[in-house]
Design a protein around this ligand. Sequence first.
Ligand code: SAH
Length: 463
Amino acid sequence: MKHFPIFLAVEGRRIVLSGGGDAAMAKLRLLMKTEAHLTVIAEDIADDIRKWADQGKLRIIERTMEPGDALCAALFYAANEDDAEDTRVSAIAHAEGALVNIVDNLSDSQFITPAIVDRDPVTVAIGTEGAAPVLARAIKADLEERLPASLGTLARIGKTFRHAVEVLPMGRKRRDFWAAFYFGAGPNALAGAGEDSVIPALETLLDTHIMQTAKAGSVDLVGAGPGDPELLTLKARKALDKADVVIHDRLVTGEILELARREAIIIDAGKEGFGKAMAQADIDALIVQHALDGLHVVRLKAGDPTVFGRLDEEIEAIEAHNIPYSIISGITAASAAAANIGQSLTKRRRNSSVRLITGHDTKGYADHDWRALAQPDQVAAIYMGKKSARFIQGRLLMHGADPATPVTLIENVSRADQQIIATTLAELEPTLTQANLQGPAITFYGLAPRAAQAKATSLREFA
Ligand code: SAH
């Protein structure tokens, strides 16, 4: 870049131009847009320039330029269309401290005048360093077409309102306000009831934005249950009813998302691009960002948010920004699955405890107290246990678990396509692989469906 574009403050300053013909007129047309004091010095002055002088737009000195004429000038234009004269007057202006432009003489000019798109106070300057004036003209024509004439009016009125908008916190809030004005409320007011209606429109818009700011954002970390909308808590329904944004897991069903407030923005955090899960840190940031914008965020998680839900990471991010939040319980997959096979998770004289375990964690297959689990009458609900089934089966058998221990796989718990597969520890694999389950599945170790269990018991009794 050989020329650095700047906007020069010329209000109340002198700009002197030497020359009185066509080149002078072309420059003067641009210069008259400014609030500078213009002086034109030439022996021969065109009629148009005289007219402009009569209108008070500039001052004329009707003689050739002399030393002292460019004193205190910010800018000087040599527009005599005569090389020798331009060189002479430029030397004077230069000596008197003005920045000098010689019309059509790039190399001897200290500055050049760009092509201008004027939507004052919005001004677009286009320069090609003299390389391609045609290009500059084409860009100018394009912009002239694209920028509505009302832009300047709106910017001018908007400028008078900047002070009032300082009640909004700096940054995004203010930017949102101005975007809403320039791309919505402003043009609408201007097109509707004209210029006088713009300030009232600004006032109304500001009121709306102040109200929105007063509304602090919050987050509800909500359990969506296993899929059946009827298994949602009332609190979850209410949270969905007033959600501005719903950020949900892959496992949350469409039927449940249907219950969100119609205007709510629904974000699938379980997918990105072609199905890859969003990184936890990105989800945290998404939650925080929307809450900081004053929105009510519902973070909707399958089952219960406190069970294998990475809840703590999200809470830490939320707390770090002092955002109010609440946790709304949901029915975890194990609870609903137990109900759907007619069993209780704990049972007197059978198991006084139940384990919720995960098949794998971020590091791979998860290890557990296999020895304890291998004891008779133990019950465990295994989450995310499809891939790790063979590993779990091997560990339990190795630690002496009875191969006949009942194992039940329940896929798509509580949904229309729920599937129950009753098997034993010995048969867990290959049964699971053969079943080729596509949906989420919970694996019960030590529990059989009630009917199957009853049948097995009666067979044993007959034997
Ligand atoms: N917070 C969830 C668990 C998330 S971990 C809850 O409380 O249920 C994801 C695992 O949960 C899945 O791999 C699967 O093992 C289990 N799961 C979630 N929803 C399920 C459903 N509808 N049917 C079967 N298993 C489900």
